[in-house]
Design a protein around this ligand. Structure first.
Ligand code: SAM
Length: 287
């Protein structure tokens, strides 16, 4: 992948290009002796190399510390103050590509990817129903992952967070913000098409039931569920491992074949990410 430097977000030195009359030749100002000094070598650009991740739709910025990045669907904009990186154009093109750093401490999905999840059903072109979108931090990275051919329907019931989510979606045509209760999918059934994946991060004790209820409306047969489980939201008295096992049992009973379970330590304490494949209940012959 291309090499690039950290995007400075337009914040290039205040005085760049400005020169006051009379400064010339004084040699006592801030700029004295700047030329050739190590400090300014490379004009502050930390060189980064962007490489594709093993999973489709995500990338790694190689540097002093590797970081997970996604290709920005809305170049020039950060969503939650995250760093943007500009990569040089690939050969034969003059298009510069911008990436956004994905902080696994701010996102359960990001933590699952950094933590080494084996398979990620959210990929370029995916249709995703996202339950618990909050202000859109992770939704924005899902939007980058799925790209212009995909779509993410993001459901969030808090009006305050829903406002941020809606604003974020203005620059991202592949995000459909829905300020509604995920327990009432019939209220948004006119807005949502059939999806390939349901991602859920609602942090509610009845999350499994909420996911299955939405799956019955929108998830294709053979589609995927990806669920972030916060143990103490389900049962604060039981050991997290017992809670995860209990939640997986509930999914099994309800047409989901679990595929993977990953704890999200050290990024999110007592959380697990679970993936599974959905088998829609068979319809009766005369239906
Ligand atoms: N996924 C988000 C992210 O990574 O940026 C964080 C989600 S936060 C842990 C849980 C969110 O789910 C909260 O914003 C909360 O308002 C929302 N939520 C909880 N119950 C909900 C429900 N029944 N319907 C819709 N949203 C719900």
């Amino acid at each position: 992948m291309g090499k690039g430097g950290f995007d400075k977000g337009g914040g290039k030195g205040k005085d760049k290009g400005k020169s006051k009359k009379g400064d010339k030749g004084k040699g006592k100002g801030k700029d004295k002796g700047k030329k050739g000094k190590g400090k300014d070598k490379g004009k502050g650009k930390s060189k980064v190399v962007i490489e594709p991740h093993r999973l489709e739709g995500v990338f790694v910025s190689k540097g002093k510390d590797d970081s997970l990045v996604t290709r920005n669907m809305a170049p020039g904009e950060s969503v939650y103050g995250e760093k943007r990186l500009m990569a040089d154009p690939v050969e034969g093109s003059d298009e510069k590509i911008e990436y956004r750093v994905w902080n696994p401490f701010r996102s359960k999905l990001g933590a699952g990817i950094v933590g080494g999840i084996g398979n990620m059903p959210i990929k370029p072109g995916s249709r995703v129903l996202y339950l618990g979108g909050a202000s859109g931090t992770t939704v924005s990275h899902v939007s980058d992952m799925i790209g212009p051919e995909g779509i993410v329907y993001a459901v969030e019931f808090s009006h305050r967070s829903g406002r941020d989510l809606t604003n974020m979606a203005k620059r991202r045509p592949n995000v459909v913000p829905i300020v509604e209760d995920a327990r009432q999918p019939q209220r948004y059934r006119m807005l949502v098409g059939m999806v390939d994946v349901i991602f859920s991060d609602v942090a509610q004790p009845d999350q499994s039931r909420i996911v299955l209820h939405n799956a019955a409306f929108f998830l294709k047969n053979g589609g995927w569920v990806v669920i972030s489980i916060k143990a103490n939201c389900v049962d604060s008295t039981a050991a997290p491992e017992a809670v995860f096992a209990m939640e997986i049992d509930k999914l099994k009973k309800d047409q989901v074949k679990p595929k993977e379970q990953l704890t999200l330590e050290p990024y999110h304490r007592d959380h697990a990410l679970v993936t599974g494949v959905y088998r829609a209940p068979k319809k009766k012959k005369d239906e």
